[in-house]
Design a protein around this ligand. Structure first.
Ligand code: FA5
Length: 343
């Protein structure tokens, strides 16, 4: 039977070609050549019909078995080729599948925000609410309504960045929030803290950034006095820095408070003896404060004959610097994780 001899030759040739196929492409070519629509094995299967009747069963069985054997062999060969390719890739790329996985970096709350949260918690105990004001402010709220008219010398000290919309700027302090809060709550009593970012057009140094946070405090009501201001600030500082802290209130000037004070705390590093951090004075300035100026009360919608109030403003970065012994404020926003990850 010639056709069976042909099959044996075809089988030998097909298996030899399969062993020689060493890539996925070569296997695809092999498939087209033998098992595809016009492949030689497929054509051999179709040949059954053209054979004499008595030759058909033996040939048919043989060709079908050959077809199955080749299909099974192809599947095996495909696995081998894949495995070999993976092995080659691992050798080339020196990929080590036994190494442990890389831990994803997990961030945490920024030091400024950690400090803000500590400040919120302390004032919350004293019944203060957090009040949010805008960072882009009008000249009126940042200066005018705070008793700083155009041409006032205090504007130099609080110079800022201006927007392309005339009369709008980035706030230099959180004090404009006093006007927002008063206009919302007048004539009700107020007890709020106003945290947020502030911006200044000034030389960046170890103590001064052009962007930093402030936390403003504002209390308005009947019979609010300087004693309330002092008591509140002393309670805050002792909770923040320790019960042993001593405080000093010095006269100062802010256009929006009268009288105005600067609050100093005995130096946390030397305990008041004098060191580099406190510039050998024994004291560290921590905030500005004062009794809300009658003009500001009126601008906020309160009658200064019937109402009084106090306000203060502090810088949480400076507070964090004192708490953690940080000697340069520029670390806060320069995005160096070697610094940030320490807190
Ligand atoms: C003010 O901004 C007043 N609005 C504070 C105030 C509020 C007084 C209410 C009275 C009543 P001053 O410019 O001193 O004041 O800033 C207050 C605090 O903000 C400073 O003590 C400091 O902690 C922080 N601060 C000011 N400028 C910078 C700066 N460039 N970088 C970092 N912190 C700053």
């Amino acid at each position: 039977m010639d056709e069976l001899t042909d099959l044996a030759t075809l089988e030998e040739e097909a298996f030899a070609a399969l062993r020689g196929a060493e890539s996925e492409d070569a296997l695809n070519d092999w498939f087209s050549r033998y098992l595809g629509r016009k492949g030689t094995v497929t054509l051999a299967v179709r040949r059954v019909g053209s054979l004499p009747k008595e030759a058909r069963p033996a040939y048919g069985q043989a060709v079908n078995q050959l077809h199955q054997r080749l299909e099974a062999a192809l599947t095996e060969r495909q696995k081998d080729v894949k495995r070999a390719a993976l092995k080659a890739e691992m050798v080339e790329t020196t990929f080590d599948p036994t190494l442990p996985g890389r831990r994803p970096e997990v961030g945490h709350v920024h030091l400024s925000n950690q400090t803000l949260r500590e400040i919120y918690a302390i004032f919350q105990q004293m019944g203060f609410q957090v009040y949010d004001g805008p960072e882009v402010e009008s000249d009126a709220y940042n200066f005018e309504l705070l008793n700083i008219p155009a041409g006032h010398p205090a504007r130099d000290m609080w110079d800022t960045f201006y927007t392309t919309t005339p009369g709008y700027l980035l706030r230099t302090h959180t004090s404009p929030g006093q006007i927002w809060a008063m206009r919302e709550y007048a004539p009700e009593p107020i007890r709020v803290i106003l945290p947020g970012k502030c911006f200044r057009y000034e030389q960046v140094t170890a103590r001064s950034e052009m962007m930093f946070y402030q936390v403003e405090g504002l209390v308005v009501g009947k019979n609010i006095t300087m004693a309330d201001l002092k008591g509140t600030i002393v309670a805050f500082v002792r909770q923040m820095f320790g019960q042993e802290r001593k405080l000093r209130f010095r006269f100062s000037h802010f256009p929006f408070t009268e009288p105005s004070v600067e609050v100093d705390m005995d130096c946390v590093l030397c305990g008041g003896k004098g060191c580099r951090v406190c510039k050998h004075t024994g004291w560290l300035e921590i905030m500005g404060a004062g009794m809300v100026h009658p003009v500001v009360l009126r601008n906020g919608g309160y009658d200064p004959e019937r109402f009084s109030g106090f306000a203060f403003g502090m810088g949480p970065e400076r507070i964090a610097m004192l708490k953690h012994g940080i000697d340069d404020i520029r670390y806060f926003f320069s995005n160096d994780v070697r610094f940030l990850s320490q807190f």
